[in-house]
Design a protein around this ligand. Structure first.
Ligand SMILES: [Zn+2]
Ligand SMILES: [Zn+2]
Length: 257
């Protein structure tokens, strides 16, 4: 009997194995199952885009920071206002980043933003939530998350607004709703990277408009963006929201350069 079964199906089982191996090969060809950062093979079913080692490389920034602009300090002194905020307080009341803009966090943000890898929004937002969520994060008592908008031309090119994806993920984790229709970027300003702090502020002034002021009137609003550089973008958005009637404007970003 056993011999008969083997005879009948003996040829089939290796064939099934071959199909299984073939479909794994097809899967590997269709869905690149290697980490997009370090090229390690992604073996666990819950791994997407980045491997566990790269995700573990998301290192929170140092605890010492300016409570106003959120800029990290070297060393581990108590939180204190930085020189910049003492000279000229920003138009947002507080801002926090999860990390410095380097290493695995920087690589993940670049993949997220410029390679269209939208699912990275989830681990990045989870990292922000875990890094600063434990002690009085800016979303405590907040009414709304508002993502920093892209100009519609830039949004069309990229296909999505990375800040909006981060805001939606943060909303899932905190229960604070997102409102992406409040602000609009009306001027597609020249890239800011080459400009100094003062020039950035002048360059970006008037670039944003509150198109639905009734949505923020009397509210505590948390602006969400991917990277904080000089704070000019966040500052200008906060100024516009405050003018539209927001009671308090705060900010969160994944990383600060
Ligand atoms: Zn990796
Ligand atoms: Zn400061």
């Amino acid at each position: 009997m056993r011999g008969e079964i083997r005879e009948r199906y003996g040829l089939i089982f290796p064939f099934v194995r071959l199909i299984k191996r073939g479909s794994r090969l097809a899967e590997l060809l269709i869905f690149p199952s290697v980490c997009r950062r370090c090229l390690a093979l992604l073996e666990r079913p819950d791994e997407r885009i980045l491997c566990q080692d790269c995700l573990a490389g998301f290192v929170p920034g140092p605890p010492s920071h300016c409570p106003s602009c959120g800029r990290f300090f070297d060393g581990d002194g108590a939180a204190h206002l930085c020189g910049g905020c003492l000279r000229r307080p920003p138009s947002f009341s507080t801002h926090r980043s999860a990390a410095r803009y380097d290493g695995a966090v920087k690589d993940a943000l670049l993949l997220f933003k410029y390679r269209g890898l939208r699912p990275l929004g989830r681990p990045l937002a989870a990292f922000l939530h875990a890094s600063i969520g434990r002690f009085d994060p800016p979303w405590t008592g907040a009414d709304l998350f508002v993502p920093v908008p892209l100009h519609r031309r830039r949004r069309r090119e990229r296909g999505f607004n990375q800040a909006e994806i981060l805001a939606v993920e943060l909303s899932r984790l905190t229960g604070v709703p997102v409102e992406a229709r409040v602000l609009r970027k009306t001027i597609n300003v020249q890239p800011q990277a080459s400009l100094r702090s003062e020039e950035r502020r002048a360059n970006i002034r008037g670039a944003y408009r509150a198109v639905r002021p009734e949505m923020v009137a009397g509210k505590i609003v948390v602006l969400v963006d991917d990277v904080f550089t000089t704070g000019s973008t966040l500052g200008e958005c906060a100024r516009v929201l405050a003018k539209a009637g927001a009671r308090d404007v705060r900010g969160v970003t994944i990383a600060q350069a």
